[in-house]
Design a protein around this ligand. Structure first.
Ligand code: NAD
Ligand code: ZN
Ligand code: ZN
Length: 400
């Protein structure tokens, strides 16, 4: 079968690989009908989240049909249409029973303290072969997939694999309540769904910050107030928009590949530029900061720093943008002195997703408008490259 395989930083290939088989009674095998490329995948190819193991199949978003189940999988049978959670969970441990499934004690083969296990990730997450492939093995299948109703299409369901639940989870981490002024950093697909989720959770206003015009235009289309950090200083602008108080909640939907402003009033000083260069060198020592393709973000802590600056005293920050364990730069002193609440982490997909499937099935929310590209798996590498370059209009790529 065909699959997108990680060979090295800046080196991914569409390879012919062996079809997966059941290895454990808790496994299922699915035939994938839709997969997708996520901003998280870019970190692995840019070298900002390491170490990856050569030969790992990438991808952690999929919709498919069950073809085989192991003896311990009781709730699914061949022929079921399912959406796969990006993160795996056992369903029986202490964390799974609290719905905190991203910190399952059992699913990560590296042990209970190793953190989240997800498909197609670095060594520390398994590694478990990913979902940008024709077939996949789903470990802990009973608690890592959801059945899909007939009235939810594959195209709607692919965004239920990771993006919609992560955006929803981000708004929950930031503690969005009725009337709040919410700032979202990052207008990629995760930021778009964080914004939509914040509105649904009661936000009065959502202000979204990015430097890409086509992504800001998509945010404006869902009635967010938009701030382009290459035209305005986002900190000053958000203070002006909030009567000098700042935001009640901030959601960081950027992560470690954050960019620094390139022009405009927020363009960084030489001193800050040197600070950011040092961060890149420390976080991604094997990446090529001067490459034109697979270039790591040149301001790793930029979104995190702005988040602390624009939030009100006693404000709340939810971090869903991914930072690898090697990232150590955070304005902890400023956060402490503003009495902030900061919550962070990987989405608890298995417990967050079910009501979102219902929202889509009932027609209250159609996520498909934000899938801008529909590519065949055979064109996956070119699609990765265009998405990495943030080609105008490319917000989300589904792989058919
Ligand atoms: N926590 C989770 O469970 C989870 C799940 C999925 C994705 N993620 C993470 O969410 C983040 C976003 O994912 P995505 O698919 O939308 O990625 P993406 O790369 O498509 O979007 C990131 C956006 O951030 C913007 N950006 C860069 N620097 C910025 C800055 N300083 N301020 C504001 N915006 C800035 C970029 O222009 C881009 O539009 C990634 O870090 C991804 O790894 C986390
Ligand atoms: Zn994803
Ligand atoms: Zn568990």
């Amino acid at each position: 079968m065909k699959a997108v395989v990680w060979h090295g930083i800046g080196d991914i290939r569409l390879d012919e690989v062996a079809q997966p088989t059941i290895q454990d009674p808790h496994d299922a095998i699915i035939h994938i009908t839709r997969s997708a490329i996520c901003g998280t995948d870019l970190h692995f190819v840019r070298g900002t989240m390491a170490p990856m193991r050569e030969g790992t199949i990438l991808g952690h978003e999929a919709v498919g049909v069950v073809v085989e189940v192991g003896d311990a999988v009781r709730g699914f049978s061949p022929g079921d249409r399912v959406v796969v959670n990006s993160t795996m969970s056992c369903g029986a441990c202490r964390y799974c029973r609290m719905g905190k499934t991203s910190q399952c004690d059992v699913a990560n083969p590296n042990g209970p303290q190793a953190g989240t296990s997800f498909f197609g990730g670095p060594e520390t997450t398994g590694p478990i072969d990913g979902l940008q492939a024709e077939y996949a093995r789903i470990p802990w299948a009973q608690n890592s997939m959801h059945p899909l109703p007939d009235n939810v299409s594959d195209e709607q369901a692919i965004l239920l694999s990771d993006i919609f639940p992560t955006g929803w989870f981000g708004a929950e981490l930031a503690g969005v309540t009725r009337g709040d002024v919410v700032v979202v950093f990052g207008a990629g697909i995760v930021g778009q769904f964080a914004a939509a989720s914040a509105f649904k959770q009661g936000a009065g206003r959502v202000i979204i910050v990015d430097g890409e015009e086509s992504r800001l235009a998509a945010a404006l289309a869902q009635n967010c107030e938009i701030v382009d950090y290459n035209r305005e200083d986002p900190v000053q602008t958000i203070m002006d928009l909030t009567n000098g108080i700042g935001a009640d909640c901030v959601i960081d939907a950027v992560g470690v590949d954050a960019e620094r402003p390139k022009r405009g009033p927020a363009a960084v000083s030489d001193e800050d530029a040197a600070k950011f260069d040092a961060e890149v060198a420390q976080i991604a020592p094997d990446a090529d900061p001067d490459a034109t393709q697979w270039k790591p973000g040149d301001g790793p802590s930029q979104a995190a720093r702005w988040a602390v600056e624009v939030v009100a005293k006693y404000g709340r920050i939810g971090i869903i943008g991914v930072y690898s364990p090697t990232v150590e730069q955070y304005p902890i002193g400023e956060a402490m002195n503003k009495n902030l609440t900061i919550r962070a982490g990987n989405c608890d997909h298995h417990s967050v997703t079910p009501p979102l499937i219902d929202l889509v099935a009932s027609g209250q929310f159609d996520p498909t408008a934000l899938i801008t590209e529909h590519e065949h798996i055979g064109d996956a590498i070119a699609a990765y490259e265009a998405f990495d370059r943030r080609e105008p209009g490319w917000i989300k790529v589904e792989l058919v």
